[in-house]
Design a protein around this ligand. Structure first.
Ligand code: ADP
Length: 346
């Protein structure tokens, strides 16, 4: 964990660098933010390169790295560059999230661990509590919300070109699967992805919502950073299988979100067992060891879900289950999550 005390020398070391475009230091203008020092000696910071020619951005990054490296206790430096400059279009400034009470990201380090399945079913569990809930499928390259929820229509737009979420199973839903031809692979690059995220997030007409669940793309790259900045989630729920390989990736995701000041609210261990006939338990991905997972991810293990073939089939058919061990466990998670979100807001 990073303490304020530990990051102060880092910030001090940067205080003398002037912002090439603004009046004041790069700290005053907000050009550098999220300064952290991890236990392993990795110092990191987020550098916004907006308005800087590439050469100036590189020079500034080099100077930041040089100065941070001189701070005692720093073994290496990691700078994350961000930019808003490619975001444009009619919807970029609208704030369709203004009436959304809580935005919650559901993320994983690895693909295939059941993140989308959990995101959709968690959204439904919140809905069953009587809350107004949206689901934003932000997995541009592998959208699945439309399949999981059996949506066959496409999103429409308002007269001022704001996307209108599709209603399904009581949820408001947006995602690439509701916009593009679902059989075409999307080979979009960074700036276009960023633009699409703005259109589906703050640019869309979400209306009044208690919770917007964001099904994040797997991984720890630019897109996760962009999404965290555009959607400003109140927290993230991590999904992983108990397998060490998946947990290692989830750990990286947890670190990234913390760096972006998005608290990790809890972890869900998915496919943590198979309830086999005769009361036998199988653990194809290992057992969900709560102390171990909590130590690795720095967040409470809020649920361990079974691998349930009925869930796989329901997902393929687009008819999510309201009963069974997965739905019932997620109902408990939804209750706890709602309480936590409200408590954090208070
Ligand atoms: P991700 O979003 O992490 O890539 P998905 O949600 O697409 O993962 O899930 C991957 C596959 O595992 C899908 O076929 C999905 O139906 C299945 N699946 C996920 N969670 C469960 C579960 N608890 N029980 C049964 N099948 C599951």
């Amino acid at each position: 964990m990073t303490s304020r005390h530990a990051t102060e020398p880092l910030a001090l070391s940067l205080a003398g660098i002037a912002d090439p475009r603004g009046s004041g230091s790069i700290l005053d203008t907000g050009r550098v933010s999220g300064i952290k020092l991890a236990d392993d000696g990795t110092a990191s910071a987020v550098l916004a390169v907006d308005g800087l020619p590439a050469a100036a951005a590189r020079a500034l990054e080099t100077e930041i790295i040089t100065r941070l490296r001189q701070v005692p206790g720093v073994a290496r430096v990691r700078i994350i560059q961000t930019s808003e400059r490619h975001v444009s279009g009619p919807t970029a400034d609208a704030n369709g999230l203004a009436s959304v009470r809580h935005v919650v990201a559901v993320a994983s380090g690895k693909g295939g661990v059941g993140k989308s399945t959990v995101a959709a079913n968690l959204a439904l569990a919140l809905r069953r509590r009587g809350l107004a809930v949206g689901l934003l499928d932000a997995d541009i390259h592998g959208p699945s919300a439309h399949i999981l929820l059996g949506i066959r229509t496409r999103a429409t737009a308002t007269s001022d070109r704001r996307l209108i979420p599709v209603a399904a199973h009581g949820l408001k839903v947006l995602g690439m699967g509701l916009m593009a031809d679902p059989d075409r692979a999307v080979a979009w690059r960074g700036p276009m992805i960023s633009g699409a995220m703005v259109q589906m997030g703050p640019g869309a007409d979400w209306g009044q919502l208690d919770v917007l669940i964001v099904d994040m793309p797997p991984g720890t790259g630019d897109i996760q950073i962009t999404l965290a900045q555009k959607l400003r989630p109140a927290g993230v729920v991590l999904v992983t299988t108990p397998q060490a390989l998946a947990v290692a990736d989830a750990r990286r995701a947890a670190a990234l979100f913390r760096q972006l000041d998005v608290p990790v609210l809890g972890t869900i261990a998915n496919m943590a067992r198979i309830d086999a006939p005769g009361g036998k338990l199988l653990h194809p991905f290992g057992k969900a060891d709560a102390p171990k997972l909590e130590a690795a991810l720095g967040a409470p293990l809020v649920a361990a879900l079974p691998l349930d073939p009925a869930v796989t089939a329901a997902s393929d058919q687009g008819t999510p289950l309201a009963t069974g061990p997965v739905a019932e466990t997620l109902a408990g998670v939804a209750a706890r999550l709602w309480e936590e979100l409200e408590a954090r807001r208070a």
